[in-house]
Ligand binder design. Sequence first.
Ligand code: SF4
Ligand code: SF4
Ligand code: SF4
Length: 292
Amino acid sequence: MTMDRRSLLKGVAAAGAGAAVTALPLEASTPKPEIPPDAFGMLYDATLCIGCRACVTACKEANAMPGNLYNPPEDLSGDTKNIIKVWHRDQPDQSYMKAQCMHCLDPACVRACMIGSFQKREFGIVTWDPTKCIGCRYCQVACPFAIPKFQWEKAMPKIVKCELCNHRINDSTGKPMPACCEVCPKEAVIAGDYRDLLAEAQRRIDEHPERYYPAGAPKIYGAEDGGGTQVLYLAGVDFENLGLPDLGTEPAGISAAAIQHTIYKGFVAPVALYGILGAVMWRNRRSGKEEE
Ligand code: SF4
Ligand code: SF4
Ligand code: SF4
């Protein structure tokens, strides 16, 4: 059984009448995240990207979001799930950068979302459920890549982020069809099974080691960073220049658990409310597991 936003808010209102509820204990540490057996993802190779932004337009079309090539968005926003940026424009070491959700193996947004609106689902895709979200935006605080965006200007705002086009399933393979990957003219961004993408990234490095960063020991960003991400990157420049932070190999979810602890520590008065929210989150997650 799952609980929708209306039932949740009713429950919270009832709780506000005065029940004293103790918040559920939070996990203190995270084991190394497992790769889902059917993990699907993307590989972006910045050395092949020509900055045409066909992927940005395709993403907007596939997700029915406003905007087009003649008015390219400058950053991720409430109506942009995918962006191409330029680092060091017109310099010898210029590089493009494609940004969208990384579909982390241990997603900080999932851990931070008290209600279970963010979930890691089939194919390891990290999704957001509008029927559960209460708009607290802890997911925005928790994400180490600053991906989730909020529709501030809308009367009924949503959280917006790439869901790996999980609404576009290929009938014959049963796998998602990311629109950005379908249109890329250079195979700079490709989609596929996570393990195949790792192998393809390594093949590209072996074929042209001189192209990739760091010199001498090229790296696949996302293979281990932040515990691993299902979107992988190859680049010719330092990943940090492209906005990909040095997270070490610790799962990114640990930082979200720390954020939860910090937030709850500061809130003494609404402990009953947060206890109820925590209980609902636990219940939603448990029922999700039972459904699986
Ligand atoms: S933590 Fe950020 S990048 Fe990772 S899955 Fe969540 S929204 Fe995407
Ligand atoms: S997978 Fe779909 S939603 Fe995600 S960036 Fe590509 S086109 Fe946009
Ligand atoms: S469509 Fe491909 S080449 Fe064009 S900007 Fe996007 S990733 Fe780069």
